[in-house]
Design a protein around this ligand. Sequence first.
Ligand code: SF4
Length: 359
Amino acid sequence: MPKRVIFTPDTLNEPFGQQIYERVEALNLPIDVMKSNRLSGLRGADDRETYRIAKNTLAVVNAPPSALRLQPIPPSADWQMNLAEGCPAHCQYCYLAGSLQGPPVVRAYANLPTMLQGTATYEGTYPPNASWQNTPGNAQRPTTFEVSCYTDVLGIEHLTGSLAECIRYFGQREMGQLRFVTKYDQVDSLLGLAHNGQTRARFSLNAESVARRLEGGTASVEARLQALRKLALPVAQGGGGYPIGVVIAPIMPIPNWRDEYTHLLDRLYEVLDYANNADQLNMNAEFISHRFTPGSKDVLMQWYPNTSLDMDEATRAQKRNKFGGTKYVYQPTDMQALKRFFYDEWTRRFPTAPVLYWT
Ligand code: SF4
């Protein structure tokens, strides 16, 4: 629950903005309607205080018109569409570090229905290099839209209802599909939605020790597994009947990594009762190893100065992106060992659930 919710005045002209207002009012949260449509007054005396204030604030704003121009997001999906930017959790490796402007306030978009309608013009379009999705001869597959690039959509769902809005919208589309990923577990409000198989609900999972040490404010791994089960089971068994995904990220060669990740995969197998449910589950997997950039490390060290996250450039390999930026990834020998382990162990347990990519 945020300590403060602020609305810019134009968001209250949007029916969806009004709905969010009613939700947060019903939760008895302190609400401020700002005088102007620019967010201000969110900085504290220093970086720590700014971070604290920001993480406790939900701002409801209208996304700028530029948000209607979607960007490709390989390998996760074809296009990214952001229903919000900023996240209430405290992951010490946070993917948002260095990519958000200003204090890390959660900004939820009141003009979401307009943004959703805008995705229709992208249906049937596929960015170049869409990786695993560009199956030759399959050009007419549905176009995929990722909504979790800049927020944890389930972490704010009780406040905004934005994810349900997206699921219902894509439930009526034939050539557009939704993908989201989360580290939270409150999925009950999603169970009865008419998703029509057009939304893939993915859960970010990790070794227990990584989640406990580095993923502050999120649901426990066990709680995420139980939530995944709820969404995955067929409606006839009381579940949501969603296509599901497992995103193991960020993978780290921690001491005992083979044991810890083996335990995670075993637990997933048990919770899904995969031996009995394999035929009914529509599941796939994504594997993402830990990486950082000089810019993300700077921001993370401001946010979490005492972090135990390993970001020692000297032990990493450097990779250049096409814009000349550097990222630090694991050494090739570590990468190969991790990749082989995950492909082998996943495929052995879940032969009908394809691995989409390793990165
Ligand atoms: Fe960052 Fe994702 Fe963790 Fe939120 S859940 S703090 S966006 S890494």
